[in-house]
Design a protein around this ligand. Sequence first.
Ligand code: ADP
Ligand code: MG
Length: 714
Amino acid sequence: MRPARLNPLFIPVRTLKGVGPRIEGLLNKLLAPKGLGPKGAGSADTGGHARLIDLLWHFPVGLIDRAHTPSIAESPLGQIVTLTVRVAEHRPGGGRKGRRSPYRILVEDESSALDLVYFKADQRYLERLLPVGETRIISGRLESYDGRLQMPHPDHVAPVEGGGVPEFEPVYPLTAGLSNTSLRKAIHGALQALPDLPEWIDEAYLKKNDWLSFAESIRSLHAPKTEHDFLPANPVRERLAYDELLANQLALAILRQSMKRRAGRPITARGQIRKTILEALPFALTGAQTRALAEIDADMADPLHMLRLLQGDVGSGKTIVALLAMATAVEAGHQAALMAPTELLARQHFDTISRFAAPAGLRVRLLTGRERGKERLAILDALKAGEIDILLGTHALFQEAIAFKDLGLAVIDEQHRFGVHQRLALQAKGVGAGAELLVMTATPIPRTLLLTSYGDLDVSRLDEKPPGRKPVLTRTVPLERLDEVVDGIERAVDTGAQVYWVCPLVGESETLDLAAAEQRFAHLRKRFGDKVGLVHGKLKGKEKDAVMARFAAGELSVLVSTTVIEVGVDVPNASIMIIEHAERFGLAQLHQLRGRVGRGAAQSSCVLLYKAPLGEIARERLNVMRDTEDGFVIAEEDLRLRGGGEVLGTRQSGLPAFRIAQLPEHQHLLAAARDEARLCLTRMPRFEGERGERLRLLLYLFERDDAVKLMRAG
Ligand code: ADP
Ligand code: MG
């Protein structure tokens, strides 16, 4: 349970004074944690309701400086100024309704005069706010209209005494309909509810950095005074970033600990099955594959649990490595399972793996949401009876009450699609709790980020591609030259080439993506007739397979798709990849897509169609794609070009999105947080004592409380 002292921060914003249904709706829209897509560890599902804590995490991005108090005559036009003025005269607007001229209030100081202008005026209110003859402080943007100085709708009007005008005002990211002032008031309310909390950071480390307390830091963050306050290196930001990274590292360390704590069992085999499979393979393993297998073997043979990440670019040959690892588990008398993120991929794995495993007589079966009724029951029975050696499938494998006779090794492919933390947690709790775990990802993750998403997971890298791959020629072409591109495709198709045409990510909504793909499909159909196919996420599994099968069989020459083909599809004859609106994709995604071609004998090419003009960073990003095919280089460049936040297209990659920590800027803090998390868990494996209590506060504050539960369960 959440520590009681944090409860005031987790109540809905509607409990704040001044937040009625309208503002509440806007705040929900702006702040509520979205239930979509992979999230970081354990963020709570709040049903779309923003809470006070969400307001606290909504940081200002800019600053209005009202400290500048010139005379009217000295005041610069177009800027925000704060003036001390005497109210001279009210001039209510004249004319009929609808065409009424605005309400003007003449104010002056020693140097000059100006009009305060109100377009929708409530006379009684204005007369009380700005009584004639009185002196007031006003603040707002100064303009000139028809040769007269004016200030439309001042942001602040306050008596001289009482400090009603803030010198510095934070500017927040907003949503349509929500004013900075309303948001500021709500945040102010949330700050009032922020309790002082006991310190969880190690005292010496806190001192060394000269950091403020958590509550003071949050308050300070919402009260910026100079542009410097917005830099990642600002001590206030550093303290909070460290908090967040520490919470992240603690959660991962707990996860790892809870898995490692379960007594594993050594899994070894003489390698007969593996040998049979290898002998029947039409190729030899690469050096990288052999190295990775040796690392996996060593982990499995060790009595502790394996918790290993196999990282390898698209096409680096992860599948065969997984199969050979599974073969060891089977030979040792256990079962093995492989989970893929999509049905399409699960089927493709099934095809490959059953083919390669056949010579060794392994019993391989497939289980996805589509195997139903009798078929499904038969599979479940066989699984329980130990009559299946290797079970492949989608996440259905782990979500449902599926009983293995004895699962020895679980392989999870394309991990990033699932959201790392959830899967690891699931794995730790659910089916296969006793199994060794091998996680495979095709997203090359920069080293820095690896730590934030996988903690201290052991990593094997397939950094060497199977021989004989030809580089993919990549070109960037503006969309205006689409016709030329289509002409080129037509020539290639005439000689038997096959083409992927990927349509842009239009927005959050799949419907929009689909509309774009359908339009392109219709357009290409005019040129290529029924040699064009279309696949998208809304097609039923069978329909999708049918189109893919026709493409794989060469009946279709052009396959138009939304990004459903992103992961893992293998059609070696396809040699051309067109990506429309490439500037809208993340580099990691572009890299994945391009990896679909260059798998066969023919020279492959990739065309990145972009909408001109490109911004500088967008241009640089596409150039990175053009200049290298090394996924690790691309990932590092992506990190460099985008900085923190949206790295790798966080949402697509399932890497945890941080609220304040920025990478690579806060890299030094990450290293410190990792060491501290390790130390804490060694000293207090169950968060015992006062310090343990405090760390628990930290985890709940950053909503990594899944980890706390796990610690209790383990
Ligand atoms: P990944 O899953 O890493 O994207 P795959 O396992 O699908 O890659 O392998 C891509 C292709 O390369 C497959 O057709 C596979 O059979 C082939 N392959 C794998 N290892 C080798 C190797 N050592 N030599 C030649 N081809 C290989
Ligand atoms: Mg793969």
